[in-house]
Design a protein around this ligand. Structure first.
Ligand SMILES: C[S@@+](CC[C@H](N)C(=O)[O-])C[C@H]1O[C@@H](n2cnc3c(N)ncnc32)[C@H](O)[C@@H]1O
Length: 428
């Protein structure tokens, strides 16, 4: 099948059905054999989501009335994306995209006219887009306002970073190999990479690579994980003999890292509400030759699964808006709504309150999100501390991130990291 048509179908699943780009792509790519075609479809889909708001503005300038058929609209966006952002020859981009619409003659004519119209008026259309904020930065209005409200100084940079392609970061399994030794193995494979100075396990690849090209991946020497997520283990500081709880644990990246850092952990209990995601925790731990007790359960109702024994350390990597990882999941800009934030906040606070009694006196709980919104981060810690006199905030003395009223905020793109938040809470 025509690669542009496959990309348009994936995009209409996102636009029309609200499916995530990851899920829509995964099922569509199953039937595509050529690696080159898969990469092209992926680039089109990620690119259109990343620049959706700008492309949509340009499309509206080229049209008298909006295209009601979302499949055809998606194809028009795929066409515009190629012309503006890809190194496809313009005549090939136009003719191949028109060909993808061949089953609908009206759409064929429309897409042909649209794409040729864009090529004729490209400079003035792009200039117009630069003068309208949501199109210029390619974000929905509500999100621009929210970011500007929370981070007036950093907002422009955050919006820019959200549209970048993120680097591929690796976590070296330090229980099995040193970072220098692994860098040596990468170099022998011709893979260029650098160590991250402030995170002992992290490596950033110069160019993304498929995991089967990474030495020792199948044997568990290394995992794919952003540097920001790798900072959790250092902050939780698990000691030999500790009993550890990881709530909201799937797919298990941080749980695995905790076990790699402290092989003498007494027990790690990983809880997640989603059974299918929990299977991924199991697969990851198996590859890394690690073990944990896996519990499918609701973090907000520990009475359903807790055995009554306290934990010395708790990681709560809360369900969140994921606005810190937009560069990895640009469909978030299309799918997330302003009204999603309040219910997420309520859930986060519920889980915080429900889990706190499980922490042993003298224990540490680490609250984390991959969000940059204060409502999900420092404001939650503020609300939590106000209700728990036995909780104290513990300092995070590090060189990365911003110190807010509570915890530490990593801005998207800082030292090539995802946007992330951490707060450490100790029980007196
Ligand atoms: C940010 S992800 C966790 C990532 C994970 N800590 C890691 O490092 O791989 C949030 C997880 O919370 C889970 N979740 C959402 N609501 C939950 C609840 N009420 N109880 C338990 N888990 C929940 C989701 O299924 C999702 O896997």
């Amino acid at each position: 099948m025509n690669t542009r048509l496959i990309a348009a179908r994936v995009l209409s699943r996102v636009l029309q059905d609200g499916q995530s780009l990851t899920a829509a792509l995964e099922s569509a790519l199953q039937s595509v054999e050529s690696g080159k075609d898969r990469a092209f479809i992926q680039a089109l889909c990620y690119g259109v989501c990343r620049y959706y708001h700008r492309l949509d503005f340009i499309l509206s300038e080229l049209l008298d009335k909006p295209i009601k058929d979302l499949g055809v609209k998606a194809l028009a966006l795929v066409g515009l994306y190629q012309l503006k952002y890809m190194r496809v020859k313009p005549h090939a981009a136009v003719s191949e995209t028109v060909l993808a619409a061949r089953k609908k003659p009206w759409a064929k004519a429309l897409i042909n006219a649209l794409l040729r119209g864009y090529l004729r008026e490209q400079d003035s259309l792009e200039q117009k887009a630069d003068n309208v904020q949501y199109a210029a930065v390619s974000h929905p209005d509500w999100l621009i306002k929210q970011i500007e409200q929370d981070w007036p100084q950093q907002a422009q940079q955050i919006l820019l970073e959200n549209n970048q392609q993120p680097p591929m970061a690796l976590r070296v399994n330090l229980a099995r190999i040193s970072r220098d030794q692994y860098l040596q193995q990468l170099s022998e494979q011709g893979i260029e990479a650098v160590a991250v100075s402030f995170c002992p396990s992290a490596i950033i690849l110069d160019k993304p690579a498929t995991v089967d090209l990474l030495p020792g991946f199948a044997e568990g020497l290394v995992s794919v994980q952003d540097t920001a997520a790798q900072l959790a283990a250092g902050l939780l500081d698990v000691q030999a003999g500790h009993r550890v709880l990881d709530v909201c644990a799937a797919p298990g990246g941080k749980a695995a890292h905790l076990l790699e850092c402290q092989p003498h952990t007494r027990e790690l209990v990983a809880v997640d509400i989603d059974a299918s995601r929990m299977q991924r925790v199991s697969d990851n731990l198996q590859r890394l030759k690690l073990s944990a007790r896996l519990v499918v359960g609701d973090a907000a109702t520990p009475q359903d699964w807790w055995d009554g024994q306290f934990f010395d350390r708790i990681l709560l990597d809360a369900p969140c808006s994921a606005l810190g990882v937009i560069r990895r999941h640009p469909d978030i800009k299309l799918l997330r709504r302003a009204e999603d934030i309040k219910p997420l906040q309520a859930l986060q606070l519920n889980i915080l309150h429900a889990i706190w009694p499980l922490l042993a006196p003298g224990g540490i709980m680490l609250y984390a999100t991959c969000s940059i919104l204060k409502q999900e981060n420092e404001q939650q810690i503020d609300a939590f501390l106000a209700e728990h006199p036995d909780a104290v905030e513990l300092p995070i003395d590090v060189a990365w991130g911003y110190a807010g009223s509570h915890g530490r905020q990593i801005m998207t793109g800082e030292s090539a990291m995802d946007g992330f938040y951490y707060a450490r809470l100790g029980k007196s």
